[in-house]
Design a protein around this ligand. Structure first.
Ligand code: MN
Length: 731
């Protein structure tokens, strides 16, 4: 079992290694103070609570942080769990220590729930941003490391949720800060709880192969050592099996079994100087066969998290590939403890943790180039977070906003509907003004109302994000549009009535698309809006569609007119719209445009025709022999003459038969007939007969221009109630 003395002694030992002059008396005072505060608390294993903060302080000392950080580690749970306060700690141990403890406390209070990837990324960034002082994160990671080590005392439920949190937040954070050793331990321990089976399988395999592994590693180690001493390079060689989670992940990602796994072993050669690194590399490549494409020089181009080493993968006479990492002792320290290592060097051992040191760390991080795409260079630039703020929705989602953002930005970041309906805001459960600046970790709630008047123009100067600004502007534009639509509609309807049409005619599903096409608008509202703001007069709009309206109203008054073969189902003369033809004319290369027939030559189907692109009235169709169409070669007009032809030339109607399978009911035939009328196909034959089992079958023979039209007809038929199937007949 862990004891107080063990942790205390190892902490002092670690401390003594890099900070021999540390203020031990002050540290002892902090231990006494914390022990006193936590007096009544026990850990889950029954031991006194103080063991935990002490163990955290030990890790912090191993990382190599300064005295303030060690004091803060000892006191890190005081504000959260005891009657101790910020002011008291500031009085006893200084403002810096109190601020560190408060920072750790804040992170402890961040609620974690399983979030999606992007949210997790935001949460990690928020962690970084919330701990303005990098030591806060380092202490928090140490705290988590010790909690992970003592996870066996937690309930199974807690083991899993905490392990997920460790995998999602703390291990990536440790990675970003370059703390490989801690990252590995966090991952391996968490895996043990998240996938015990997978973990145990790997462990069992490693244990089973322990003897040969050890022998193998020893032989490689000896080979390298012998060579290095022969050439006079002073170096330390370590061999290890890669950590469990990295093996686990490789198996999963590459879908391989343990036996198939490529490289399980890693060797590390640590030397005194950079030239020695390259010398060792040469010798390693001389001793073993190089596996091509695996050499990486992270010394000349360090990873974004400051990691430096030479990596190479080689294969020996045993036929087992292994990785060799070559680095100096300085690089090794950085590889193990990342940022913290640099922190320590800058400290110079006097424990004077001033702002300048942080500036130094920041500059270092900023200067890191994006040298390795696998790494998340963005997330390491702590400085970058100066212009970002991370806040929570009441449900715990993290929203990332520009620094200085207000509840207005927050609302529009959620959804423009929320922003437009906003009537109030709460920050951390208190009503707040719209211009209140949000801080990291704030929980923001937007109060909305259906009767909200919408954004006001001052919001444009209050909000900070482009997103909010754009959405507010859009709202104003759209608002005006709605007014325009209303005015436009009033005017257009009045003009329709003046011309003798009922505005309700526009509701006809078939007529409307045709009219819109003719008017060149996507929808009626677009046209109304255009009339509303004066882009089009209602007189002109009605004028353009007058002919169609007349033709249509006549059709309605006499729906069975023109039934040459006497069929009652015969629709009005076919005006079926082909997607590419307007008024039966196809303009090459132009999908949809207005067509009018020139008054000078009144072309009729069968005439050779040609089109002229007018200014603003679509294409005017002339007979090729029309006097007005004789200037086609004139360079001034040549580009405006376009080839056109009658749609029927390409789309000769073809006769087809469809058989409908229906459940028998009265009125069904009428429904089928109505649909056929509405789609305006030329029906040649329609017959029905009863089938067994309450079914009936209709055989319909009709003309269509093309398959699209046929499909449309069939779709409409299938939409009729009790029509359960349709198939093309052989006719
Ligand atoms: Mn703790």
């Amino acid at each position: 079992m862990e004891t107080f003395e063990d942790h205390y002694d190892s902490m002092l030992k670690a401390l003594n290694k890099y900070m021999p002059g540390a203020d031990i008396a002050l540290i002892e005072k902090a231990v006494r103070y914390a022990a006193d505060q936590h007096q009544d608390q026990k850990r889950k294993d029954g031991s006194p609570y103080i063991i935990h903060p002490l163990a955290v302080a030990e890790i912090v000392a191993e990382i190599g942080l300064d005295t303030d950080a060690i004091l803060a580690a000892i006191l890190h749970d005081c504000i959260e769990d005891t009657s101790s306060t910020f002011d008291e700690i500031a009085k006893e141990f200084g403002l810096v220590v109190a601020e560190l403890v408060e920072g750790v406390t804040k992170l402890t209070r961040v609620e974690y729930s399983t979030l999606e990837e992007q949210q997790m990324e935001n949460l990690r960034k928020m962690f970084m941003a919330m701990s303005k002082d990098i030591r806060v994160i380092l202490i928090k990671i140490a705290d988590r490391l010790h909690n992970t080590r003592t996870m066996q005392y937690q309930t199974p439920k807690k083991q899993i949720s905490k392990s997920m949190e460790t995998m999602d937040i703390y291990a990536p954070l440790a990675h970003r800060l370059g703390m490989q050793k801690i990252k590995w331990e966090l991952e391996d321990t968490s895996l043990r709880y998240l996938d015990p089976e997978g973990y145990n399988k790997i462990m069992a395999y490693l244990e089973e192969h322990d003897e040969e592994s050890t022998a193998f590693m020893r032989s490689i180690q000896t080979k390298i050592t012998t060579r290095l001493s022969a050439v006079g390079i002073h170096g330390s060689i370590y061999g290890r099996v890669k950590h469990v989670y990295s093996i686990y992940r490789k198996m999963r990602d590459q879908n391989k079994t343990l036996d198939e796994l490529y490289d399980l072993y890693a060797f590390r050669v640590i030397v005194d100087s950079i030239p020695d690194c390259y010398n060792v590399l040469g010798h390693v490549h001389d001793l073993f066969h190089l596996v091509p494409g695996r050499f990486k020089d992270y010394i000349s181009t360090p990873k974004p998290n400051m990691y430096q080493s030479l990596h190479t993968t080689v294969i020996g006479t045993e036929g087992i590939p292994f990785e060799v990492q070559i680095r100096t002792w300085d690089m090794h320290q950085t590889a193990e403890y990342g940022i913290a290592a640099h922190w320590k060097y800058k400290q110079g051992g006097d424990g004077d943790g001033d702002e300048k040191s942080f500036e130094w760390v920041r500059r270092l991080l900023e200067s890191q180039q994006d040298t390795d795409a696998e790494d998340y260079v963005q997330s390491l630039k702590i400085d970058m977070f100066n212009d970002e703020v991370f806040v929570f929705t009441p449900r715990g989602n993290v929203i990332n906003l520009p620094a200085g953002s207000t509840p207005i930005d927050f609302a529009y970041a959620i959804h423009s509907g929320v922003g437009n309906a906003m009537v109030g805001a709460k920050i951390n459960n208190r009503i707040a003004n719209f211009d209140t600046v949000l801080h990291n970790g704030d929980i923001v709630e937007i109060l909305t109302s259906r009767s909200a008047k919408g954004p006001s123009r001052d919001w444009l100067s209050i909000c900070k994000s482009n997103q909010a600004r754009t959405k507010i502007k859009q709202w104003f534009k759209k608002e005006r549009r709605e007014e325009n639509v209303i005015h436009g509609k009033t005017s257009f309807d009045a003009e329709l009535r003046r011309s003798g049409f009922n505005p309700a005619i526009l509701h006809d599903d078939e007529l409307l698309p045709m009219l819109l096409k003719k008017l060149s608008f996507e929808c009626l509202d677009d046209m109304y809006a255009a009339i509303g703001y004066g882009g089009l007069t209602s007189t002109k709009a009605v004028g353009r569609i007058r002919d169609d309206l007349l033709r249509y109203t006549r059709g309605i008054q006499n729906p069975t007119a023109g039934g040459r073969d006497g069929s009652p189902l015969r629709a009005a003369p076919s005006t079926t719209l082909n997607r590419h033809s307007v008024n039966g004319v196809i303009v090459e290369d132009i999908d949809s445009c207005m067509i009018k027939f020139a008054r000078c030559c009144t072309p009729v189907p069968g005439d050779s025709i040609v089109g002229f692109i007018t200014k603003g009235y679509g294409v005017s169709v002339h007979r090729q022999d029309c006097p007005n169409a004789q200037n086609r070669a004139d360079p001034k007009y040549a580009s405006r003459w376009v080839p056109v032809h009658w749609a029927q030339e390409d789309d000769q109607p073809f006769t087809t038969t469809v058989e409908l399978d229906c459940i028998t009911r009265s009125g069904l035939l009428m429904d089928v007939a109505t649909v056929l009328t509405s789609v305006r196909v030329r029906v040649k034959e329609l017959s029905g007969r009863d089938m067994p089992g309450g079914h009936s079958s209709f055989t319909i023979t009709f003309d269509v221009k093309n398959i699209q039209e046929l499909n449309l007809v069939v779709t409409k038929l299938l939409n009729i109630r009790d029509v359960v199937g349709a198939r093309r007949g052989q006719g």
